[in-house]
Design a binder for this molecule. Sequence first.
Ligand code: ADP
Ligand code: ASP
Ligand code: MG
Length: 534
Amino acid sequence: MASLAFEPVPALEGRRRTPGLIVMKFGGTSVGDTEKLKRVAVRLVSAREAGAKVVAVLSAMGSTTDELIRLAHEVSPTPHPREYDMLVSTGERISNALCAMAIHDLGHEAVSFTGSQAGIVTDASHTKAKIVEVRAQRIHEALDANKIVLVAGFQGVSTSTHDVTTLGRGGSDTTAVALAAALGADVCEIFTDVEGVFTADPRLVPGALKLDAISYEEMLEMAASGAKVMMARSIEIARRYGVPLRVRSTFVDGDGTWIGEEDALVLEKAIVSGVTHDTSEAKVSIVGVPDRPGVAAQVFRELARAGVNIDMIVQNASQDGEAAISFTLPKTDVPTARPILDRVCGEIGARRWEPDEAIAKISLIGAGMKSHPGVAADMFDALAEAGINIEIISTSSIRVSCVIRRGRARRAGRARPVPAPLRRACRRPLSESASSARRARSAASRSSSCARGATSTCACSRPRAPPGSSSASGRSRRRRRRPSLPATSISSSSRSGRARRASSSRTPSPAARSRSTSRRPTASTRATRSSCRR
Ligand code: ADP
Ligand code: ASP
Ligand code: MG
């Protein structure tokens, strides 16, 4: 089943450190028009003048990608995947080439590359390709020639077909992190339209709080369960190679949010670091499934072969020799799954299957859940009080997710008592090489004057007061023990579980090894423990 399969992270050819290198990624809103592009150019030049080597990854301008996708569907209801990638990859070429021109006009050397020219090698899965290798020779040569390098995000080239591929929506994050890993950058800075990673989407939940720091593990769970601010795949790569990440605003000066190894980041773990909600998935229910071995295997094997990305799976207890299986998948995968389910249901003798696109998944994420029982019960209480019915539940050791009706998602996101996150603090700089990280960060800070002319500083480079005295932590200590959940026959969230497996089953980088003081539990032990705790 693809959703449980081992997912390789990229092989990074000739990986070595490049002291003083920063990778700066700018999202679509940050390069929304030519004025904004020129401001990005100024920022890149300032970083260069401050002594950093600079690789920038720019997304397509504003809603260019949405517009290109709209055009594709205007021409064809099911656009040919190869041609779709040829089309949508052009947005990033435009923004990067324009920015390189603006940098030339500021008197600096710059060169823009397509994903292929930059050596981003992927598998052949059009529209959701995975980076399998980075061949960064051309980038190194350009950096050695003192150029600012711009790389078109979101795209690569397939090794087998030599065609242009794209990495899935939000894929420029993945380009930036893969480059930072391959080039051995001191830091990868993600510039976006919010001030960092918040406890919930700040556009939907006005009281959401910005986090100073968050672990890879928590960010991966948040991204995999719908927090759009970072693409989940980029966090897998950052974690595997120990790339220090900072999410910060392009428009407002501030420290942003650091993402790194839990041990290096936090003095105390938040019980709940974030709440996410995701309306991009559909639920499929197969009813009247004969209760015999091999049936679930057949359904999910066939879907996996077609590249359908399954997330949560629940099988109800069998009655009169029949069971029901429900699972969630991206809405965009429903057209692929449809003919497969029609055929497989006939073959296994299931009564029928039905899709349901009116669902939302709401999740609580927090590393402190590992040691604090009762979070799931609190979440279910809150949903019950808001009159919201839960259709599917799944958990990991640091996440509880519930599928609910889509129309109730906003209300659920604002439902009572998500404990405020514990205050968190950075204990030491994130980078393997603290001094070069500091150099790069101060270069980045000097380059980061916002529109008002203020200058940012790095939160992590100065010591902070320990967080233990916060009222939230007091609340957490008063938390009552609650009974665990009734067992569900099968419950899994394979997408984020897979992400953890991919990261944890690989040999950690030397840096990650030296930072990591204790072995993490395997996915399976975590799953068992989490169901016991809740
Ligand atoms: P970019 O174009 O810069 O890549 P995205 O739109 O992909 O930006 O991601 C930024 C958006 O992510 C924000 O505008 C915000 O609405 C959304 N978002 C969702 N969840 C969160 C969260 N927990 N913290 C911050 N932003 C979030
Ligand atoms: N332009 C692409 C998108 O809109 C990639 C990105 O912005 O990261 O999804
Ligand atoms: Mg994005």
